[in-house]
Write a protein that binds this ligand. Structure first.
Ligand code: NAD
Length: 356
């Protein structure tokens, strides 16, 4: 087992982890622990080069700092990536080695599920370290985050409707959901229960058709979904869907969905503002899952009631961000970054005052 530090400006710690026996080659990035230990998922992908993995882990760790700060979870930001094909490389030895590396950071980094990593994998990691979250509810952990992410999106949509119409009334509103997976499918049920008219699409057309028939939701094709007139468009499939090719076609009043990194480039947030489309910044509105996990870290451990209460704050956080954007005349995604930076700066000042 070999762990080496990679110095990277603006990051507290970045390490390369290698274990020849199990074939493990991983990177762990701790971006910022001002507000608490760096929590962020572990993903496994067959990156072509270590540099690609490094780019991903740095970008994602920083994103987690902002997401947690904006959601006020009391956590910092980090991430880990395992380089390799999940179908070929997964083994007990590999995840045990990864667990030992996570453990060697003494709780500065806390891991969780992410792309191609499931609870079964994390349970092996847990044999070597206690710095693992999001395990099964039966084990006292917070379980699957997706229903909480969906609930957080619904709270966020309330703030969006208030900003648009002065009142959070879902009745008769056309809500278009791209991707009816774990989050999008649940979100569709939640807003339909509030009286919204749900429109869905999914790259898996058979699934969309089945759900459409089952619930009486309108189904549109994924290829043409951005042309569909609606009040709120909720991207819940994949990131980077808002760009020069899609933004001019949009016929929505607002965008509020769970997908990460919805803007292809930051300038696309300005384009949305210019077109009068209200954008609920992704890392704010999709924080329900991380909030749920953060409750595990509190003294006394996971408590669903505390989690549900805290997830409601996504509504107030979005209202704050819309206000900052309005007062300062800036796009909402920039206002969300400002809110997160203010919280990190306040945390830093409090730490310094504590030391003085
Ligand atoms: P999921 O895999 O359960 O569902 C994704 C759905 O989108 C699937 O039905 C899939 O068929 C569909 N899809 C995939 N690519 C598509 C495409 N190009 N066009 C249309 N549909 C497509 O995933 P999920 O857990 O529901 O997460 C949805 C999104 O929300 C992801 O971007 C994820 O990163 C983000 N997110 C999820 C959580 C969570 O708690 N699960 C938290 C934060 C952010």
């Amino acid at each position: 087992m070999e762990i080496t530090t990679i110095h990277y400006d603006g990051y507290e710690k970045v390490v390369r982890c290698r274990d020849v026996k199990s074939g493990l080659h991983a990177l762990i990035a701790v971006h910022d622990t001002t507000l608490g230990p760096a929590l962020g998922g572990m993903r496994m992908l067959p990156y072509a080069r270590e540099d690609d993995a490094l780019f991903d882990v740095l970008r994602l760790a920083k994103g987690m700092t902002y997401k947690s700060a904006a959601a006020d979870t009391g956590l910092g930001g980090g991430k880990s990536v395992i380089i390799g094909d999940p179908k070929a490389l997964k083994s007990e030895a590999l995840f045990r080695a990864m667990g030992r590396f996570v453990d060697s950071l003494d709780g500065r980094y806390i891991t969780a599920e992410d792309m191609n990593i499931g609870i079964k994998d994390l349970e092996i990691v847990r044999k070597e370290t206690r710095w693992v979250t999001g395990l099964s509810r039966e084990s006292g952990s917070s379980g699957n985050p997706s229903p909480y992410t969906a609930l957080g999106c619904q709270h966020g949509m309330r703030a969006v409707l208030e900003e648009l119409d002065g009142v959070a009334d879902f009745r008769g509103k056309r809500i278009l959901i791209q991707g009816v997976g774990a989050v999008g499918g649940r979100l569709a049920e939640l807003v339909a229960a509030e009286g919204a008219r749900v429109i869905i699409c999914d790259i898996d057309e058979a699934k969309a058709d089945r759900l459409g028939k089952q619930h009486g939701w309108e189904v549109v094709t994924d290829a043409a979904h951005v042309d569909v007139p609606c009040d709120i468009y909720a991207p819940c499939a994949r990131g980077e869907g808002l760009h020069d090719g899609t933004i001019p076609r949009l016929k929505c009043r607002a965008i509020a969905g769970a997908a990460n990194n919805q803007l292809l480039e930051q300038r696309h947030g300005r384009d949305l503002k210019a077109r009068g489309i209200l954008y609920a910044p992704d890392f704010l509105i999709n924080a329900g899952g991380i909030i749920n996990v953060s409750i595990e870290m509190l003294p006394g451990g996971y408590d669903e009631q505390k989690s549900l209460k805290k997830i409601e704050s996504i509504h107030t956080n979005l209202r704050k961000v819309f206000e900052i954007a309005r007062v300062e005349g800036i796009p909402t995604h920039e206002a969300a970054v400002r809110l997160a930076e203010q919280r990190i700066a306040a945390g830093r000042a409090a730490k310094l005052a504590g030391k003085a």
